[in-house]
Design a protein around this ligand. Structure first.
Ligand code: ADP
Ligand code: ZN
Length: 346
């Protein structure tokens, strides 16, 4: 079992293992003496896992409520947020009770945001069931919903009391969602280098070790910069172009694939500008290909750059890009907007 500490002000543990699902209620109930537990999940995950989770809490004589949203990013909205708040209030869910997010990033972000504001903050735990949520969004305390003006535009920094990731739940995850998570996994590999990168290059990699390494890396960054004013920006590797791709495609390209493309493109620019060695560039391309991150965006560099500039504040004259100097050595580099085109020029 991997138990990774996230040492922020209200620190917590991320438990990662195979086959711990039925133990999660037991772990959660060591946190405090809750009366009611509300499990939020989505329409794909609930039929697979909600009863199993519920059972453990019932066995411990807790009152258990469940709330199921429709699966999909469109559910991460203010009306579901308000509906869950009303559901909790109408069901006498109290300030000292526990919310559980059972699902991928959509459920995690939405439930976390509810937790951050209901009664000015209630305890919540994350039970991620996607690779993307397990290695990325469930750790670090970013919660949010989307509004029509932008994704994740409304939210809060609010840390969970614990994250419990049973890797076995990935067995039911559709292949394309797995690939989506690989986008973030390769990102962590390039940021961290070392054992994680070796594992990604290897022919018989241990997914569990990859996941644990990614979370360890993320935890360290979050500890240094919980509120995203400095080094946490490193986690945006590949994301500036990815956001442009998502935007220009009308959000039809999944996040992880867009991140894969963003990494591919930034790696090439870093190589062409003499920052990154050719041999490491080739390793990156091979790893992206190996993890089926082969999507190539049909947009010109110019269009992507224009979109990313628009994505930032309209008045900014520069933009931070995460550059790859070497595997395991990335840095935040500020570019004047009019110099960005040059950097990406082949
Ligand atoms: P992400 O975690 O990538 O941010 P979602 O929360 O939307 O995104 O999850 C991706 C999709 O996978 C959703 O349709 C969700 O219902 C489904 N899903 C999540 N976990 C599992 C699982 N363990 N088994 C099957 N489907 C799952
Ligand atoms: Zn991401």
């Amino acid at each position: 079992m991997n138990a990774i500490e996230v040492n922020v002000k209200n620190g917590y543990k991320v438990i990662v293992d195979n086959g711990i699902f039925d133990k999660i209620p037991e772990y959660a109930l060591t946190l405090a003496d809750y009366t009611t537990v509300t499990i939020v999940s989505d329409s794909n995950v609930a039929p697979l896992y909600i009863e199993r989770l519920k059972k453990g809490f019932l066995r411990a004589n807790k009152r258990v409520l469940t709330y199921v949203i429709e699966a999909g990013e469109q559910s991460k909205n203010l009306s579901n947020y308000a509906a869950i708040l009303s559901f909790l209030a109408n069901n006498d869910f109290k300030r000292k009770d526990l919310l559980v997010a059972l699902g991928g990033g959509v459920v995690g972000d939405l439930t976390g945001f509810v937790a951050s504001t209901y009664h000015r903050g209630v305890d919540f735990i994350q039970v991620p069931t996607t690779l993307l949520a397990g290695i990325d969004s469930s750790v670090g305390g970013k919660t949010a919903v989307d509004i029509k003006e932008g994704k994740n535009l409304v939210g809060a920094f609010y840390q969970p009391k614990g994250v419990f990731f049973d890797i076995e739940t990935l067995n039911t995850l559709p292949e394309k969602e797995m690939i989506n998570g690989f986008g973030e996994l390769v990102k962590y590999g390039i940021l961290m280098g070392g054992t994680l990168w070796k594992n990604l290059l290897s022919d018989n990699l241990s997914l569990e070790n990859c996941i644990a390494d990614s979370i360890r890396y993320k935890a360290e960054i979050v500890e240094k910069d919980e509120f995203d004013n400095g080094v946490r920006a490193l986690l945006n590797l590949g994301h500036t172009l990815a956001h442009s791709v998502e935007n220009l495609s009308g959000y039809t390209v999944p996040h992880g694939l867009a991140v894969g493309y963003g990494i591919r493109r930034i790696a090439k620019a870093c190589k062409n500008n003499g920052l990154l060695q050719n041999s490491e560039y080739e390793q990156i391309i091979n790893v992206l290909d190996k993890f089926s991150l082969t999507y190539i965006a049909p947009f010109s560099d110019n269009a992507l750059i224009r979109a990313s500039v628009k994505d930032k504040k309209a008045f900014a004259d520069s933009i931070n890009i995460i550059v790859i100097n070497a595997i395991g050595n990335c840095s935040i580099q500020k570019f004047k907007l009019d110099k960005l085109g040059e950097f990406f020029n082949d």
